[in-house]
Design a protein around this ligand. Structure first.
Ligand SMILES: Nc1ncnc2c1ncn2[C@@H]1O[C@H](COP(=O)(O)OP(=O)(O)OP(=O)(O)O)[C@@H](O)[C@H]1O
Ligand SMILES: O=C(O)c1ccc[n+]([C@@H]2O[C@H](COP(=O)([O-])O)[C@@H](O)[C@H]2O)c1
Length: 202
């Protein structure tokens, strides 16, 4: 019989995932396997409120790549919830919506140390800290020691891979290999659809 805990702890990992890469997957996998979380949902944001549209490809392609990258893992799922919500997507609005829609789950936020440092600029950040736990993974040069004793914040030593979606998009535009930076399925999808052939400045 499959054991289904009555309350599942779901870690929400928000991002543009333009495209999803191994740096993201290492974090999602660590959070699902090495912390108290039962599962991780990758929430693909149509538009991050702090980022220019620039070379953001269509959200359906970003969602599809996230699904391809995680199709053989049960503990990581892809959520399209932000497609149904007003844009740009504010994290507190998505958290509130999900908590109302899935009262049987407890939602935690997965956040990079760089984002934690700028959290005070986010919409209603006090509510995020009041009602949700935040699991933090390290990012180069981001010191989060000021948050170490905050009751809502859990700091982890998640392994880091210093790659970015920007690096991958540039590599594709320059016809360089992205093997070992994204999964094979994602690489094939990018090739098949001819994505990221040109860099579009914001
Ligand atoms: N290599 C990585 N290791 C850990 N976290 C990462 C890594 N790359 C991105 N992240 C974090 O994952 C979240 C979602 O990332 P996002 O989709 O914006 O990708 P990105 O690689 O940072 O993209 P871009 O280069 O386009 O800005 C962000 O909070 C970002 O800081
Ligand atoms: O809610 C906010 O005010 C807010 C401000 C900045 C970023 N976010 C979310 O945080 C996620 C990660 O951001 P980023 O810039 O690291 O890709 C992204 O999905 C954004 O929607 C949310």
């Amino acid at each position: 019989m499959i054991y289904e805990p009555s309350i599942m702890k779901i870690g929400l990992f928000f991002g543009s995932f333009n495209p999803i890469h191994l740096g993201h997957l290492v974090i999602a996998s660590y959070m699902a396997n090495y912390t108290e979380l039962d599962k991780v949902w990758l929430v693909v944001s149509p538009h991050n409120p702090f980022k220019a549209i620039g070379d953001l490809i269509h959200v359906h392609d970003r969602l599809e790549m996230a699904k391809i990258a995680t199709e053989d893992t049960d503990e990581i799922e892809v959520s399209d919830v932000e497609l149904k919500l007003p844009r740009p997507s504010y994290t507190i609005d998505t958290l509130t919506y999900l908590s109302e829609k899935y009262p049987q789950h407890e939602f935690w936020l997965i956040m990079g140390a760089d984002n934690l440092k700028s959290l005070k600029k986010w919409k209603n950040y006090e509510s995020i800290l009041k009602y949700y736990k935040i699991v933090v993974y390290p990012r180069p040069g981001a010191d989060v020691s000021e948050w170490a004793n905050h009751p809502a914040v859990i700091i982890t030593d998640t392994p880091q891979m210093d790659i970015s979606a920007t690096f991958i998009r540039k590599a594709v535009a320059e016809n360089k290999s992205i093997r070992f930076l994204v999964t094979d399925g994602v690489r094939e999808f990018i090739e098949k659809k001819g994505l990221y052939r040109k860099i579009i400045k914001a």
